[in-house]
Design a protein around this ligand. Structure first.
Ligand SMILES: [Zn+2]
Length: 278
């Protein structure tokens, strides 16, 4: 090989490499966990190694979701969808999001069974799990456990043949404990009343951050949520959610903080569209 041809080969190799790097899907590795809250319970989480998990994706019909996130593509690539229960302000755009991203939608077994039976999602995109189960669909370093919630989970589906709403069983409602690659643990509580096993959940799973419903009427009010935080859960961090979306959900983060009083928990009263990193 002459010096000239070596040089030519090097140039070609460099070009090929550069084309490769421009199109490679390199996940963002920040070393941190990013939480983007989108109103009600809707949350997009980017994990330490750049995996994207969306919980309770009620977006296009959510009055509190910022306009730029009404377009489902604005979420970027979604690797996994978690749904705490079947109510429309939680399942929301989950089916559409699962189809678009070919991403699994994990929820209470009864909800995923109904989605399968109705033909809303194929079985491979609607796998079944239940409370106490731990799944690792994103690899062994991210562990997702479904825990108890005190709520209901019926499921309203528009029959495409009649155009009429029909009600189906949506399994039992839950919350999710997610343990990330670095050991940090989030407890997304879903919709729930105050119940004393929150104390057990905290002792057993030791969550660092809770996302806790405070709106009242269908879930805990600020006083209940403050009791749960101070007496049962005692997390390092708390993000109040599920308030202000509908007229019945009257509780406010200010009332929650007032009811908490002096506490070791750092509360983030963020707005829909805000991001936090941990
Ligand atoms: Zn609900």
């Amino acid at each position: 090989m002459t010096a000239n041809s070596v040089l030519k080969s090097l140039i070609v190799a460099t070009l090929v490499l550069c084309v490769g790097c421009a199109f490679a899907q390199v996940p963002t590795q920040t070393g941190k966990i990013e939480i983007l809250w989108l109103g009600q319970s809707a949350t997009r989480i980017t994990t330490v190694t750049g995996k994207v998990i969306v919980i309770d994706p009620f977006l296009t019909q959510n009055p509190k979701t910022p306009p730029q996130y009404k377009n489902l593509d604005a979420l970027g690539k979604v690797d996994l969808i978690l749904v705490t229960h079947a109510h429309n302000d939680h399942l929301g755009d989950g089916v559409e999001l699962a189809k678009r991203n070919k991403a699994q939608l994990w929820g209470p077994a009864g909800l995923d069974q109904s989605l399968q039976t109705l033909g809303a999602l194929p079985p491979e995109l609607a796998p079944r799990m239940n409370k106490g189960g731990t799944i690792t669909p994103l690899g062994p370093d991210i562990k997702i456990t479904m825990v108890q919630a005190s709520h209901s989970s019926e499921f309203v589906w528009k029959n495409p043949d009649t155009g009429k709403d029909e009600t189906y069983p949506g399994g039992e409602p839950g919350g999710f404990i997610i343990e990330f690659e670095n050991g940090f643990k989030l407890y997304h509580m879903g919709d729930t009343a105050l119940f004393s096993d929150m104390k057990f959940i905290a002792e057993y799973y030791k969550p660092d951050l809770i996302m806790i419903p405070i709106g009242g009427h269908f879930v805990m009010n600020p006083k209940d949520a403050a009791y749960a935080t101070n007496q049962f859960l005692k997390p390092k961090f708390a993000i109040p959610i599920h308030y202000g979306t509908f007229p019945q959900l009257k509780g406010t983060p200010q009332e929650y903080q007032q009811a908490l009083g002096s506490t070791a928990t750092k509360v983030f009263p963020i707005n829909p569209g805000d991001k936090l990193t941990f």
